[in-house]
Structure formats: structure tokens, C-alpha cells
Design a protein around this ligand. Structure first.
Ligand code: IPD
Ligand code: CA
Length: 274
């Protein structure tokens, strides 16, 4: 992916500019979330009794869309909480106002705000902000990944048999038994598992070397669009289980030092067949 987009994009934003807008939008939402800590939330369930949404998910998505619209009114938008519009520029923003809503409700670290920019169907810039830790992860295609502005890289020297692997479980409870079977096949061969509660932050922990790898089935684009780019730009192998791009079927991100061994274990466990 070139660092500047083809001239067919009329407003001619650089990927670097889209990264900055994504970061500002996500930081705006993060400050709203920090201000809300400890206040009464309106909470309801979506796809299952454990898939929660709060009034803050909706308010943060609205604030992000308003900010992006003020800078780039003709871009398309896709948001988890229903924001959606077509655009005319070839750029589409993919927004998760709170990834890890259950953590947010419990006041548990691990939730984040995720904003990604896609051009011609490819994610070219993104930001994930951890409001509690005041951490802003960003990247643009071909430009590396950063944490609070400083370059980050995946853990260089992982040993697969000691690998720390992050994952997540489905809101669809019928799929969880099968997910525990996959874990049962994986766990004897690796170091340990982490289930923190937000895929966007999980992918950023791969990017900065706090875990060796991450995998999950059934994620939505807003959960992984920004985080997958940040992990890839930090040097991670990012793909589905069979070498294709990350997808709703399977998202895998790992340091190259452990990726092949983990992929073999996950393929043997048919980890995407859930
Ligand atoms: C969820 C989180 C969680 C993952 C779920 C996602 P949400 O996002 O990323 O870690 O296991 O699959 O849906 O619903 O809190 O935005
Ligand atoms: Ca969400």
C-alpha cells in the first residue's frame, strides 16, 4: 500500500492525516468516557444477555461521527451502534465507540475506543485509545505503529512453547463450548492465555509486545479494523487461519517468532470452525 493514496481521491488526504484524525476522534470519545466513570449508566443487551450496550456507547459514537464529519463531510461511515452513511471520497470510517463494553460497565481496564479509515476497501489508518491508561495506539499503512507517538514493535524473540496468547469468547453462548475445546488443545502447548475483554486493545498488546499473539472468531470489522493495522504495522503476522486477510471468520495476529507454530496448533484444532 503506498503511503499516499492515488490521485483519484479528490480531497487528497495522506494516510498520515487520516491517522491523526482517527487519533483525535478516538481521544475525544476517551475523554467523554473518563468523565463518565462512576456515573449511572443506562445499560441494555443486544445479541445476547451478555452483549451489552450503554448510553455512552451511543453518545461516543455520535461525538466521533460529528468530529469526523466536521473535518471530512463527504466520507462514508460505519459504526457499531448504527451510524452509517455512504460517501463520495472513497474513504470510509469504521468506528467502535467502546470496544469491550462489558469492561467499561464493570470499570475494568481493557476497553478502548477504535477508529479506522479505509480507502478503496483497505484499512489505511487507525487509532485505538485506552482511556484509563491514557494510551493512544496509532498507525497508517506503510508508516509503522506508535504508542503515544513513539514507535512500537512486536516482541521479537518469542518461544512458542512459552507464548502468551490473548483471545476472546463469543457472545453467542452456543459457540462457547467449542471455543473451550480449542483452548483445551492449545493450552498444553503454549505459555498461557489472556482474556482481557476487548479485541481492539488485545491487538494493540500484540503490537507493543505485551503478549505474543491474539486470535478470535466472530469479530466484527469495528472490533479489529484499527487494531489489526496497528499490529501489522508493528511487525505482526495478521491474517485469518488460512493466510487470507483477517475476517469475521477468524482474526489472528502474532509476532513472527511464534506465528507459524501457533497457526499450526490452531489449524489442527480447526479453530475457525466454531
Ligand atoms: C467485544 C470485545 C470482546 C470480544 C467480542 C467483541 P464489544 O466488543 O472486543 O473482547 O470478545 O467478540 O464483540 O461488543 O465490547 O464492542
Ligand atoms: Ca463496542
Amino acid at each position: 500500500m503506498p503511503e499516499t493514496e492515488p490521485s483519484s481521491y479528490p480531497e487528497n488526504p495522506t494516510w498520515d492525516h487520516l491517522e491523526k484524525l482517527a487519533a483525535e476522534a478516538a481521544q475525544l470519545a476517551a475523554s467523554l468516557l473518563r468523565a463518565q466513570t462512576g456515573s449511572q449508566l443506562q445499560i441494555s443487551a443486544k445479541s445476547s444477555r451478555t452483549d451489552l450496550v450503554t448510553d455512552m456507547d451511543v453518545a461516543c459514537e455520535a461525538a466521533i461521527v460529528e468530529f469526523l464529519t466536521s473535518h471530512r463531510p463527504d466520507d462514508a461511515v460505519l459504526g457499531e451502534e448504527g451510524a452509517g452513511r455512504d460517501g463520495t471520497t472513497g474513504v470510509r470510517w469504521i468506528i467502535d465507540p467502546i470496544d469491550g463494553t462489558v469492561n467499561f460497565v464493570y470499570g475494568h481496564v481493557g476497553f478502548g475506543v477504535s477508529v479506522a479509515a479505509e480507502a478503496a476497501g483497505q484499512v489505511v489508518a487507525g487509532a485505538v485509545v485506552d482511556p484509563i491508561l491514557h494510551e493512544t495506539f496509532t498507525a497508517h499503512a506503510g508508516g509503522g505503529a506508535r504508542l503515544n507517538g513513539d514507535p512500537i514493535a512486536v516482541r521479537p524473540d518469542g518461544d512458542p512453547s512459552m507464548a502468551l496468547v490473548a483471545t476472546g469468547f463469543s457472545y453467542d453462548h452456543s459457540r462457547r463450548r467449542r471455543q473451550t475445546e480449542v483452548l483445551g488443545e492449545l493450552l498444553p502447548h503454549i505459555g498461557d492465555i489472556r482474556r482481557v475483554g476487548g479485541a481492539a486493545i488485545d491487538l494493540c498488546t500484540v503490537a507493543c509486545g505485551r503478549v505474543d499473539a491474539f486470535f478470535e472468531v466472530g469479530l466484527n470489522p469495528w472490533d479489529y479494523a484499527a487494531g489489526a493495522l496497528i499490529a501489522e504495522e508493528a511487525g505482526a503476522i495478521v491474517q485469518d487461519l488460512n493466510g487470507g486477510p483477517p475476517s469475521r471468520q477468524f482474526v489472528f495476529a502474532a509476532s513472527p517468532s511464534v506465528a507459524d507454530a501457533l497457526l499450526t496448533l490452531l489449524q489442527n484444532a480447526e479453530a475457525d470452525q466454531i
